[in-house]
Design a protein around this ligand. Structure first.
Ligand code: TMP
Length: 205
């Protein structure tokens, strides 16, 4: 079971993913919790390049290709073997992030970005995607007040950029109603976690 967590900044995805990984493990599931871009050394190195606030010169297509390259390596080195071993894979972001951030917000085109990602993922789409729905302004506010979270190059983009990301996710939700489930992320972490837990359990049983 390949489950991805998606949404804008400050939606609580990362915290909830960690909590759910622990909860499902305690219930006896074999769980792999991982993230994109990253999760393995090669992809973490690519992540450092993409998110470095000094790399203001980075071209949008370069950015899209780097995310796809990190995705490819992470998929073949970590995600696929875990799925083949029967594990539940919880992945913080996947291809929908590229469609929303690079395809829509950077203006490269959702279809074009999907094409280059198809080269990387070869049809390996998630079984379930949880979209953590939070108003972008509220999400960015959370990010700014979270002292533990380091600001990255994409956090520095304008509110308009993050609005476009948000709208793109709404569109994806409409386009893939069987794969993507909406989680209302405006509540406190416990309530949001409960919604996510219930959706996952419904798919696991
Ligand atoms: P994170 O903050 O969730 O760890 O993600 C890092 C940033 O990278 C976040 O701003 C979203 C962005 N991103 C993309 O723009 N495209 C992608 O394909 C992925 C995976 C992340």
């Amino acid at each position: 079971m390949f489950i991805t967590f998606e949404g804008g900044e400050g939606a609580g995805k990362t915290t909830i993913l960690k909590r759910l990984a622990q909860r499902l493990t305690e219930e006896g599931y074999q769980v792999l919790a991982t993230r994109e871009p990253g999760g393995i050394p090669i992809a973490e190195s690519i992540r450092d390049v993409i998110l470095d606030t000094k790399n203001t010169m980075m071209d949008a297509r370069t950015e899209a290709l780097l995310y796809a390259a990190a995705r490819r390596q992470h998929l073949v080195e970590k995600v696929k073997p875990a799925l083949e071993a029967g594990k539940v894979v919880l992945c913080d972001r996947f291809v929908d992030s590229s469609l929303a951030y690079q395809g829509a917000a950077r203006g490269l085109g959702v279809e074009e970005v999907f094409q280059i990602n198809q080269f990387a993922i070869q049809n390996h789409m998630p079984d379930l995607t949880l979209f953590f729905d939070i108003d972008p302004e509220a999400g960015l506010q959370r990010v700014m007040t979270n002292k533990e979270r380091e600001q990255n190059r994409l956090d520095l983009e304008s509110l308009a950029f993050h609005q476009q990301v948000y709208e793109a996710y709404q569109q994806l939700l409409q386009e893939f109603p069987n794969r993507i489930e909406r989680i209302d992320a405006k509540f406190d972490i416990i309530k949001v976690e409960e919604q996510a837990y219930n959706k996952i359990k419904a798919h696991l049983t």
